[in-house]
Design a protein around this ligand. Sequence first.
Ligand SMILES: NC(=O)C1=CN([C@@H]2O[C@H](COP(=O)(O)OP(=O)(O)OC[C@H]3O[C@@H](n4cnc5c(N)ncnc54)[C@H](O)[C@@H]3O)[C@@H](O)[C@H]2O)C=CC1
Ligand SMILES: NCC(=O)COP(=O)(O)O
Length: 345
Amino acid sequence: MRPLVITAGEPAGIGPDLILGLAANGAEVGRPWLAIGDPELFRQRAAQLDLAVEVVALADGEAPQMAPGRLSLWPVALRSPCQAGTLSLANAGHVLECLDVAIAACRAGRAAAMVTAPLHKGVIIEAGWTQFTGHTEYLRDACGIDEVVMMLATDDALHARQPGWQGDPGLRVALATTHLPLRDVADAITPASLGRVLRILDHDLRCDFGIARPRIAVCGLNPHAGEDGHLGREELEVITPTLEALRGEGLTLDGPLPADTLFTPRHLAGVDAVLAMYHDQGLAVLKYAGFGRGANLTLGLPIVRTSVDHGTALDLAASGRADGGSLRVALNLAAEMAAARAASA
Ligand SMILES: NC(=O)C1=CN([C@@H]2O[C@H](COP(=O)(O)OP(=O)(O)OC[C@H]3O[C@@H](n4cnc5c(N)ncnc54)[C@H](O)[C@@H]3O)[C@@H](O)[C@H]2O)C=CC1
Ligand SMILES: NCC(=O)COP(=O)(O)O
């Protein structure tokens, strides 16, 4: 069975710690998995964390033997020694090389899906990849496509624990725009971009999540969804006409709705995913509802990619205090999505 691959992410961050935690506990996802990173870094971090994990460097493309306490790796050497918690520009190329190995393995069918531990965007940009904004956009470009969609999902959301809740136990939040300054957001939301994002979201909810007729609730951009044009005109001029056109194509869409009330239980009942207009409009709510219990995924790709719902947490590297819940969710989700794609191929 083809393995899942987990990229180590920023070597000075908590990615290696969390991967070692999975290996120590023998994480079972119904499919073999391995990491992509530097074996010596993992051995050092295991010693710092006092984890009894045997780190095994495999040959290129070799399949892992799964056993509790064993971590198999496709090796990618660090460019410079790494100290937990301290970023090094010299290792930015290593982080991207791990990603390239994972993408190539997925595209060639040697891996079933890729899971990414967090990387540090700033250090990659400062090291010279000035156009870098995140895994999502890097994967889009590496796969040669025009548009992908970032979606975070938690299976266990705070609002769904209230007595009498009968809807979905989780929450899915996709983004119309991803990593760009807030002052550029309004201009980036056009009928064309919004149409592409919503079609990808609708398609992948059907194909990867088995939702026959996804209902998507769409946030407005402005306070009170623009207050009939008095607090911004994007709802009237861009969002509403685009939603109307997409309803004509068969998509089931609510909105645009004021984002503050959309994220209340009454409005979320029966909704399969929310589309937020920008990063913090959606992700602040998602992380409040289920930080550490959710995963990030990239929709619209020819390969399956999931990730954690958190960043590099340099302050926690090698401390043993980082919570591995999100990485487990991301690994399970990748296994489920890979199985769903294999079944429908
Ligand atoms: N998937 C990815 O590669 C992501 C990468 N990042 C990157 O991470 C870097 C740091 O970003 P921040 O905004 O500081 O977010 P962060 O998630 O790294 O840290 C925010 C706070 O949450 C805590 N935290 C994070 N993960 C945790 C875990 N697993 N267990 C316990 N506590 C945890 C940290 O200690 C910190 O107090 C940035 O460069 C950012 O771009 C951020 C989000 C996702
Ligand atoms: N806040 C989510 C995030 O920054 C993840 O970005 P990416 O690296 O998965 O594109």
